[in-house]
Structure formats: C-alpha cells, structure tokens
Design a protein around this ligand. Structure first.
Ligand code: NAP
Length: 261
C-alpha cells in the first residue's frame, strides 16, 4: 500500500513537463492516473508507458482546452476511462496543470487574440473542469491548481499570463469555501522557473542560471519532480486540513536582497 493506493486522479497537461512529473509521482504513490493532453499523442503514450513500466496504472485522454465544450470532453472521457478500469467514475484528485504562457505581451503590445487565448486555456478551462468534475468527487477529494510565482513579481512580458494565474488563486479561494462542506480541499501550487522541454532553451544558458541563482533563496532552476512532490502532498491524506492556500513552490524567488550594501 502506498499513500494514494485506491485513489483516482486526473492531471491536465499530464503528458509533458511539470504535468508529466505529477502524473508519474501520483502513479508511483498508487493512484490510477488519467493523463490528459492536447495534441502530442507520442508524449502521452510515452508517459503512460513509463508509468506502467514502473508498475503504475494510467490512461491517456486527448482533448484540446480553450475551445467550446472542452471541459465536457475531458470529464466525459475521464469518467468513461475510470468506469472501464474501476467499475465507477469516482474521481479523487483533479490537478489543473495545463496552461499556455507564450504570448510575450505587455500592456503596450498584447493582442486581444493572444489575451483571449490565454484566458480561455488558463482560466476558463480550469473553471469549467472543476464545475464538471465536482459531481464525480466526494469526501476526501482534492483539487490542486497550478499557478505561478509571477502573481507576486512583475516580470516583463508576462502581464496577461500573470493575470490568468492571479485568477487561478481567486478561483481556488472561492471554490475552497464552497466545497469544504463536502470534505474537498482546493489549493494552488505556484512554481517558479522550472526546467521542461518548453523552458530549457531559456533556462539552460549560463546567464539564465546565474540570474536564477541571484534571485532565488535556493540557487537553482526547479524540476518537475520538485513541483510533483508538493502536489503529491496536497493530493494525500496529510494535507486534509489545508485548503484555500497558495503554496509557493518557487525555491524562494525574489524574496529581496541577500545582503545589504
Ligand atoms: P508544458 O511543458 O508546456 O506542458 C504543457 C502540457 O499541457 C502538455 O501536456 C500539453 O499537451 C498540455 N496543453 C497545453 N496547452 C493545451 C491545450 N490548449 N489543450 C490541451 N492541452 C494543452 O508546460 P509546463 O512548463 O510543464 O507548465 C505546467 C504548468 O506549470 C502550467 O500551468 C504553467 O503555467 C505552470 N508553470 C510553469 C513554469 C515553468 O517554468 N515551466 C513556471 C511557473 C508555472 P500537448 O503537448 O499535447 O499540447
């Protein structure tokens, strides 16, 4: 028996990056994991195969987020996948991880199209995924939303993206207050710079590493496993008394000067 044995989980954007790390960790803890993804069939199949090779259980769910009917498509497929494997469609853990962050716009340059896309994928999709998932969840349920450290730091080129992650924090606090009576907790995990195949090109150069070291208490770039450990804690029994929190998982980004003078 491991801490999540007998539990079921859905991780959106679970095929790559941080989401993949979360899927692998939850499965290693014993959960049956629905690995959601958008379009990269190979990455999703590889994630499921890696989990199964390690003795875990997982299945892939393909559905684009940020389009009409996205939440219904995901939850419909997850319910069917769970029913097929367990005989019921009960969901214990929902991790809203999938997001886009590549608009590079600021107040003088952001376009309405890029702004709308960011909010459709990063805010509207998690909102309605929670709405559609809640009927499948019961006491002991866990919702973990992946936010970002950029909600407390004003970084150039991140304005609309940071606004979407601030909305996630508000979503977390409000839903937590509404579903607490059902024994369901809702928290946000806010990563800082984390190395994935998407971020490697700008986090790997020595100047980027030096900037991270200068501006973080823990002087390195994060890994998907760093974030997955925090999510696994929030998905498990030991976090039962924690709800409506934003857990800063940045390694201590931008806390202030390390020495004066
Ligand atoms: P990533 O490597 O780009 O992975 C994105 C995942 O989301 C993939 O599985 C992708 O599936 C899926 N996805 C993206 N857009 C989608 C869409 N429109 N519809 C359906 N699926 C979609 O992302 P990441 O860097 O690991 O980030 C994961 C989370 O952490 C995000 O919420 C991000 O905002 C947050 N975060 C990341 C960092 C960082 O430094 N990496 C820092 C702070 C916060 P396909 O490949 O099949 O499209």
């Amino acid at each position: 028996m491991t801490s999540l044995s007998g539990r079921t989980a859905l991780v959106t954007g679970g095929s790559r990056g941080i989401g993949r790390g979360i899927c692998e960790r939850l499965a290693a803890e014993g959960a049956l994991v629905a690995v959601h993804y958008g379009s990269d069939d190979g990455a999703a199949a590889d994630t499921v195969a890696t989990i199964e090779a390690a003795g875990g259980r997982a299945f892939a769910v393909r559905a684009e987020l940020g389009v009409a009917g996205d939440a219904d498509a995901v939850i419909g497929a997850v319910g069917a996948g769970l029913r097929e494997r367990t005989g019921h469609a009960h969901l214990d853990v929902l991790v809203n991880n999938a997001a886009v962050g590549d608009s590079d716009g600021d107040i003088d340059s952001e376009t309405p199209q890029a702004f709308d896309r960011l909010f459709a994928v990063n805010v509207r999709a998690p909102f309605f995924l929670i709405q559609k998932a809640l009927p499948l969840m019961g006491a002991g349920g866990r919702i973990v939303n992946i936010g970002s450290g950029v909600t407390r730091i004003a970084l150039p080129g991140e304005l609309a993206y940071a606004m979407t992650k601030a909305a996630i924090e508000t979503l977390t606090r409000n839903v937590a207050n509404q579903v607490g009576s059902r024994g369901i907790t809702v928290n946000t995990v806010a990563p800082g710079p984390t190395r994935t195949d998407r971020t490697a090109h700008f986090l790997d150069p020595p100047e980027a590493q030096a900037m991270v070291a200068a501006n973080q208490a823990l002087e390195r770039v994060g890994t998907p496993a760093d974030i997955a450990g925090v999510v696994a804690f929030l998905a498990g029994a030991d976090s039962a008394w924690l709800t409506a929190n934003v857990i800063d998982a940045t390694g201590g980004s931008y806390l202030g000067p390390k020495r004066l003078g």
